[in-house]
Ligand binder design. Structure first.
Ligand SMILES: [Zn+2]
Length: 471
């Protein structure tokens, strides 16, 4: 056990001082033999130490979305995982960033009101094509570089062989429809986890998105009030098959009921902390305490909007635009505040009749705007970055301990922050944790140890259930 003051040091002291304390603590812990020269670690030394730790631990990201045509082998256009083509995760970037294990996600959205046979059939087809793509990657195309892990032991084995590791997560239980037997099929296909819901309540339970159904005047806030009866059966079957239950995207009631029903620990494959960012996709303290009780793990997600409220920045940008007489930003960002003044002219591209002079003037004011954003807004209202991300990890550690928190990106599905915006930048997360005084043992837990522990326990529960049935 580390002394309590280290935890304080992690968040509130500048890193140089934190590093000194860390070394002091290591000396106190009985290392002995340290000389005066060991007492100060320079930033370069700290970075070098962080790189060694990053190299040694298994780094796992539990959420990378894939496109509809993943790893095609028929010559069609699609996502080639071995090509750097502007996506946030591919094999070259995984290697460059030292990202060892990635859960490739079989995601299927459900639209609204499609909880019927036709909707389920379409969703199952879409899910199967994503399973197929992941299998093409590991079986047909790049098996020399990346292998599929269907258990914690397989993940560790592949990593030990120096291979990249793929695992499979299913986002949204919608594609199973009302057919419990499909869960065994998903397990055969290598599914490591399955989420209960995505956006919108489904046949298994209520989502965090209340009022997805119904009309604007009469929103239907709840469909089941939590887990449905089928949702309970699905969790029992996931326990029996050894598939981790993923509660990200589930409504709070659904999440808490899933923890009551599940015989095995659960994961939140990509969620962050409500206290630091009040968003229904995140977990509040009651949920985090319940997760600890359950023995599960929250995989902190590097998606800006779940880490930090974007509203103050958006408002500051809108105010600056107004002050400079620039048209309001297009698309999202103004946060729906209707009546905030009309748009004063379109983009340059929309007005080809602009004279060279006018065009130059527009470009100059745009450049001035950008530099004022950098000078006046970024320092006070920065975008979510790696520090914000690790703040969420710190929070969970302080509230429920080091054993219940992990890491996910949601890359290629909305994730990506300043400093960890693609797989190639993965080291920055380890670097930040080392700066804050996390030990190698703790970093190993956060990067994959906790997740693999849960996965292993889920497998053990499945073996127990199946052997009890066999008696
Ligand atoms: Zn998601």
């Amino acid at each position: 056990m580390r002394p309590g003051f280290m935890r304080l040091a992690r968040r509130s002291l500048p890193c140089a001082l934190g590093a000194i304390l860390l070394i002091a603590a290591a000396s106190c812990a009985g290392g002995g033999g340290e000389t005066e020269a060991d007492a100060v670690e320079t930033p370069e030394e700290l970075e070098a130490r962080a790189r060694e730790i990053h190299e040694r631990v298994i780094t796992a990201d539990t959420h990378k979305d894939i496109s509809g045509n993943f790893a095609p082998t028929d010559g069609s256009d699609g996502e080639d995982p071995n090509e750097r083509a502007g996506r946030k995760v591919d094999l070259p970037q995984m290697r460059e960033g030292g990202l060892d294990l990635v859960f490739f996600v079989v995601y299927v959205g459900q639209g609204q009101g499609n909880l019927d046979d036709e909707g389920y059939t379409d969703a199952l087809g879409a899910a199967m094509s994503k399973f197929d793509g992941i299998h093409r990657m590991v079986d047909d195309l790049y098996g020399d570089q990346i292998g599929l892990a269907t258990s914690a032991a397989e993940a560790e084995q592949l990593a030990a062989e120096g291979k990249l590791v793929a695992a499979i997560g299913i986002e949204n239980g919608y594609p199973m429809g009302d057919d419990i037997a499909l869960i065994a099929r998903f397990k055969e296909l290598g599914a490591g986890y399955m989420g209960i819901t995505h956006n919108g309540h489904n046949q298994l339970g209520d989502s965090n998105t209340a009022a997805w159904y119904g009309t604007e005047e009469e929103p239907q806030r709840a469909l089941h009030g939590g887990l449905s009866e089928l949702g309970r059966e699905a969790i029992a079957e996931m326990n029996r098959q050894g598939i981790m239950v993923d509660i990200s995207h589930a409504g709070k009631r659904t999440m808490l009921e899933a923890l009551e029903v599940s015989q095995a620990p659960v994961i939140a494959s990509h969620s962050s902390v409500t206290t630091l960012r009040d968003h229904p996709r995140n977990l509040d303290d009651e949920q985090l305490r319940a997760l600890k009780e359950n023995g599960g793990v929250m995989q902190t997600v590097a998606l800006g909007n779940y880490l930090k409220d974007p509203a103050p920045r958006n408002e500051a940008i809108a105010a600056l635009r107004e002050e400079m007489g620039l048209p309001a930003a297009r698309g999202r960002g103004g946060r729906g505040g209707r009546g905030g003044g009309g748009r004063r002219g379109g983009t340059v591209a929309e007005q080809p009749e602009l004279s060279d002079e006018e065009r130059a003037e527009r470009e100059a004011s745009q450049a001035e705007f950008q530099s004022r954003v950098a000078a006046e807004i970024d320092p006070e209202f920065g975008q979510a970055n790696v520090q914000d991300f690790v703040d969420h990890i710190d929070y969970v550690v302080d509230l429920i301990g080091i054993d219940y928190v992990g890491i996910s990106s949601d890359f290629d599905g909305g994730g990506g922050i300043e400093g960890w915006d693609n797989a190639a930048e993965t080291f920055n997360v380890t670097h930040e944790m080392v700066k804050r005084g996390y030990t190698e043992e703790e970093i190993a837990k956060v990067w994959s140890g906790n997740l693999l522990r849960v996965w292993r326990e889920v497998e053990e529960v499945a073996q127990r259930i199946q052997s009890e049935e066999g008696r």
